[in-house]
Write a protein that binds this ligand. Sequence first.
Ligand SMILES: Cc1ncc(COP(=O)(O)O)c(C=O)c1O
Length: 377
Amino acid sequence: MMQPVPEALAPESTRGRRLHNFSAGPGALPEEVIEEVRAELPVYDDVGASIMEISHRSPAYDAVHNGAVERMKRLLGLGDGWHVLFLQGGASLQFYQAPLNFLPEGGKADYLVTGSWSKKALKEAKIVAASRGATVNVAASSEDAQFSYIPEPGTWQLDPDAAFLHFTSNNTIYGTQFQDEPEVDVPLVCDASSDFLSRPIAVERYGLIYAGAQKNIGPAGTTAVLVREDFLQRRVEGLPTLLDYRTHVGTLYHTPAVFAVYIVEKVLKWIEANGGLAGMTARNDRKAETLYGAIDATDFYTGTARPDSRSKMNVTFRLPSEELEAKFVKEAKEEGLLALKGYRTVGGIRASIYNAVSQASVDALVDFMRRFEAANG
Ligand SMILES: Cc1ncc(COP(=O)(O)O)c(C=O)c1O
């Protein structure tokens, strides 16, 4: 049995309170959504049980699931030619499932490698390619400079016969982001996990978009997969049932991550109520401006991403020494600023400022940064 944390270990000022959350994922959820979930947790609507305790084929869950699909379509302006699926296995399974469906026998695919996640996607694509006599081409990579930038489109070595171009729209670990979506002659396949629904996208360029929910649109447990019907028709036949995207179109083939989708539906409602993707863009631009402004205002903090490639979701920076970085993370936490440590393999500081992170949280971080520099600079 878990022992309760002794009161002496939890600072009086922060115990039991929701703090400023800069977690890279699972990340912050909107306060309103948390409150709504709390209120209806024991009994959902008039079903006499919680949403977790009823059939996924019940009218109540059906309405939740279809509600999430419809809201997603409205937010992104997806027409009837699009399917919205909520799958399991995380974005990591999509690394394999996407080429499994769309890299044909003897075919080709282009990959833009801009960070650890795109490298993992590339690795899975190569596994698929090896079994099909297919080729995976690295059209561009920024590994030569620790993934600190997004390669300029003019430098990409694209294959005109590629079945698709895969890219990672936002690089969670390195704090870089495509400022503009690739404009190429083949359909885009995008891992949008860490900037999904943070800004509008040109959906007509894409065949497939996937995103783990746990950063911008919900809790861990489900992955949003958006696939265009005409692209889907090109998929490889004869795949294992669960890995064939077609299996999931228009029907729940198996039990979905009910509780996760239920929360996603509420987050999508929150996004709509807050101005949709235009509202998210304005909110995210302002937060990013505040934080990068504080980094650029002094030599004490140094941004790690090249300025023209900076992410508006994951802001990465360094302090003059690793000792100061450790002190920064520790003292920030004591003040109620959570999860500012950089990714385990790269170090430094990372503040993830996803949709649900408020301007007030960013202001509190910037205020702390100024005081920390005054005391340690
Ligand atoms: C851009 C990106 N892609 C993929 C993943 C892996 O996602 P999952 O853990 O859902 O498989 C992450 C997780 O942080 C990510 O940031």
